[in-house]
Design a protein around this ligand. Sequence first.
Ligand code: GLY
Length: 600
Amino acid sequence: MFQQKWLLAAVLTAITSVPVYAQTTADSVAPEADTDLSTAFDGLSAPARAALDAKNAGTPVVADDWMVAAANPLAVEAGAEVLRNGGTAADAMVAVQAVLGLVEPQSSGLGGGAFLVWYDAETSALTTLDGRETAPMAVTPTVFQDETGEPLQFFDAVVGGLSVGTPGTPRLMEDAHRRWGRANWGGLLDPAIDLAENGFAVSERLAASIAGDAERLGRFGPTADYFIPDGTPLAAGTTLVNPEYADVLRQMAAQGADAIYSGPIAEDIVRTVRTAQGNPGLLALDDLATYRVIERPAVCVEYRQADVCGMGPPSSGALTVGQILGMAEQFDLATLGPDNPESWRIIGDASRLAFADRGRYMADSDFVPMPTEGLVDPVYLESRAGQIKAADTALETVTPGEPEWDHAMLWADDQSLELPSTSHISIVDSYGNALSMTTTIENGFGSRLFVRGFLLNNELTDFSFRTHSDGIPIANRIEPGKRPRSSMAPTIVMQDDAPILVIGSPGGSRIIGYVAQAIIAHLDWGMDVQQAVSMPHLVNRFGTFDIEDGTSAADLAEPLTALGFEVNARGLNSGLHAISISDQLRGGADPRREGIALGQ
Ligand code: GLY
């Protein structure tokens, strides 16, 4: 059904990588592969090739008018063309997302969900849109438990229909375009339709991800036919076509997102979920028909004379990034500098304290009361930071705090597992609008269910599998219609009511650390956006300090161990895409992935 042909080796000239960030340590459980920097993209425009060279040289791309940064050059080029022709950031996002769903299908797409932060240049207003997946109305609290009440093994829950939530991305694309778009809706899908029909070269990252997940992908016929034709995982450079995806996009072009949420495509989605061999799910046509995008207030935290703004519940992203920064605000990180273990003691323990609150309080606030404002109240964060001030080594114990709250509620700590996945898009258009969108199908390749040329999410496994701990309910437990807690942190940093930085990353719950660190690197340590996204990562969530393997961050391992932290060297597979806005636009793309920033 799907055709493929091999490109001549001669056209697959790989770009030489900068070795310092080459990663060989694949995440032991996440199938999204780490890649080095040698990416092979045939037929890129000269500016896109220059952008790739700039990233590999560690310098930002500079532009005056507009800029787009995302995880795959083909997707970035589609967005750039829209912006070049006078489209808005919302228009460009539609084109970028449609191409990402084709060329980076393991990370995001029509079968997933997304959060979007929008700065409107005309009104100076910030809007956030929640396009998160929802739990089907038929779920029960114990859906991710076995007959003895024990949580299922993670991948037993992930692979198949049970993990599939109602997708939000198609509706979000349409909603954002309706609010802020100028270009013709249907035309925005043309670049993806063209690539799907005429073929694109499988990237190294996609090929490595398929090879690393072949067993799971091979369990379902349509998934195997596409990713492992004739029993062989698709190799980098294979020209792949996806006529079914082109057909879906044509229907979306004609009918809008309704094409996905009702009618034959919706019926195929539901049938695929409910008949998934070994692990059928509960999604129903009504879940799709009633899905809606929700506009929510942005969560903003003041940091170094700027306001760091992002997505509130059901994402824990802005609240947890905001808590880390709110505590870090109490210290002079600029003077301490990025090489000083003291900086990392402060950031590490601020992160641990923030993750303790996240695990206790954060979930879908439409279903559970949350102390949203109390969690980022400066007085509360100053008192939490007091614990770090009073110590000179790693905190011995870290527990959730007691934020200001007018609602007495006893919650138990969350128990959910989030693995690296996802994709991030940053865009500034020529009108001055800015868009930050993090988009996902959750795990690499989501549920592994492939229908009509796209993968379905496994977002429901972002819920806690346990509903209670010692009889006390867990806020992020599954309930019908509820949205699973996310870590996605699409962010716009504002100063004097105007954006100065657009940023976000994939990476499961490490997203929070990646984004917070890059903001500190930019605002405190004066790094440009490319330096800020490239710098080696140090991430602490629950106590262990993850230090990026094979980078200069290793120099901090010994001093942090001496401070009492348990240190763990590993690959840290972020995908930060950032645009800074001052006299000019400067774009940075994460060297750990294949993307670029492109502007004019
Ligand atoms: N599933 C990734 C996230 O929402 O954080």
